[in-house]
Design a protein around this ligand. Structure first.
Ligand code: FE
Length: 197
């Protein structure tokens, strides 16, 4: 009899524990649903060499296009995301690139600019397609940093480039899915996935 009673008490205790964990699960998922609805685990954007032409203190702007600038206009948009897919607001995104002739402006800030993502983690860059220069395939340099997070230094590439196959730095995960808009301009979307604080 005593054994039976103990057994029953133990079952009651186990049932209470099970109920508590179900309740805990319900509460946890409710809180989860109120966050920014992360998509799923994301692969962190590949880090790449900075190269020799980065300059600090680029101007804050979303368009690098200036009057008289040569080249095909391209708009690149996307989000900065954390590793679980949550959009990162106020992330720093700093771009620099060669002009259509393949030259960097190392005395000034032509084709250099930084911006911060909006409340949904979006950035927009309007620029010209960079030209080729010796030893490299076509690319745009970028640094991305979540607030208080580490700086990701990387590069973005263009599809259909003959030099992609021979460029030792090229990484296909950094290819822009470039779309021809039919009016002489191009557009692409690219999300950066970064380590947050
Ligand atoms: Fe470069």
């Amino acid at each position: 009899m005593k054994t039976t009673t103990t057994h029953r008490l133990r079952n009651v205790a186990l049932a209470a524990l099970a109920a508590a964990s179900i309740l805990g699960g319900t509460v946890a998922s409710g809180v989860f649903a109120q966050t920014a609805a992360p998509d799923a685990a994301q692969t962190l954007t590949v880090s790449q060499t900075e190269g020799p032409y980065f300059k600090v203190n680029s101007p804050e702007r979303t368009s690098l296009v200036e009057e008289g600038m040569q080249g095909t206009l391209i708009t690149i948009t996307g989000q900065v995301l954390s590793g679980d897919g949550t959009p990162v607001a106020s992330a720093l995104v700093d771009f620099w690139q060669a002009d259509a002739g393949g030259s960097y402006d190392n005395s000034g800030y032509n084709l250099r600019g930084h911006q911060y993502t909006d409340e949904n983690g979006y950035y927009t860059l309007t620029t010209v397609v960079p030209g080729l220069y010796p030893g490299r395939t076509r690319h745009i340099h970028v640094k991305v940093q979540a607030p208080n997070g580490p700086v990701l230094t990387s590069q973005l590439y263009f599809p259909g480039e003959a030099r992609n196959a021979s460029d030792g730095i090229f990484d296909s995960s950094l290819l822009l899915p470039v779309v021809d808009n039919g009016d002489g301009t191009q557009s692409a979307t690219f999300n950066f996935v970064v380590t947050t604080a």
